[in-house]
Design a protein. Sequence first.
Length: 450
Amino acid sequence: MQYETRRIADGGQVVLRETTRAVTPFGGLVVLLELMQRMRVLEAVRQFLPFQYRSNNASAPEHIMLAFWLAVVTGARRFSHLQLLRADQALQRLCGVPRFPGDDTVRNFFQRFGPAEVARFFPQLWRWFFAQQPARTCMLDLDSTTFQRFGRQEGAAHGHNPTRPKGRMHRPLLAFVSPPVQVLHAWLRAGNASDCRGAIEFLSEALATVPAHWTLAGVRADGGFFDQKLLEFLEQRALPYVVVVRRKETIQRQLYGLDQWTDLDAKTALSEFTFKLPTWSQPRRFVVVRFRLPDPHYTRLLDVPGYDFRVFVTNRREPATWIWHHYDQRAAIEPRFSELKADLGADDFCLHRFFPTEAAFRSVAFVFNLLSLLQTVAPAHVQVQRRPATLRQSLFTCGAIAGRCGHKLVLFLSTAWGGLAARKPLLERISARQFSTSPKLNPAFATAPP
């Protein structure tokens, strides 16, 4: 069978024909698959999953999770997009699976997750994943975001929604560790949940995920977590923290009385004071940053013409200048929400029931961690954390043809996309890296309510 047409630029003749050879546009996924194989990710999924399939014809649960992860990496934003991988025979051979599941199979897989299954599977998988990584000193950042919903899914409710004031949404809560930036813990919550709702329970689970050989240098959070109980919890754990202060009249009155400022530059000045709010059990240190505004009519925290203020509460003893620059580094966390939602579709894999949706969301977060870990294996001069979409275009997209040499599968990577030469150094670094084997961990049973 063939069809003749002409080229659009010069009118030259083109003959279209078919081939039975297995071709994939994602030959570069060999790098990610090599990392997963070295870490034995599928074995961990098989070990920690709280359910099994009894049918001999059913796809293995770990293969279903693998197909979902690969679909997310290759740009899927709906469960129906998983059908693309079903036609990719070369990628199926590369993974060693008989076939990739369809979208209904993946939906039914996540439908098996209730509150108990979510609490048993994901905390264990997270602890196992971080236990594979070498010792390091890291910061913990708390933040929340919004997932827009256009139906009546469980937990979708009206809340503080800057994009759609009357729209329904979910309001996930995430804990990040850096560097490199990875999701330490994640909850999906109802759309009308405040930032600090369940924050202590969430932070307890997050701290339980931190490996024993890691050092936690401190906690940073925005104004939504300015809560007396959370501050006391951090102080009881002897964790240094810097938290943005919400707008309160009692705090504003304190700012009006400040007369000693340290100028950092022509636009920024610092001051500090110690104060005890009426509901607090003890006084705490406050650091104030004052900005000179180019427009005196700009909306600001205090009614002081020409200035804006930002206030932090902290139990750290470093100078105020250090506190300000320390919190300013938290800006590296904000783009990660865009990566999770815009690049990996974390807010698009939505089911009617709450906990299956949470299971899909936390599975996407695990993919984000795999991509972050993959970039730490790169040579030191290129260890800049790139967006998943950039990795998809520059590393994972590579035309390839599957063939055989005796009993071995051979994947021919196209040199037009860099081929094997562009990926072999990274493959060798992954192969040379040692991954520890962690013992089986006890499950945790707390999770976020819808």
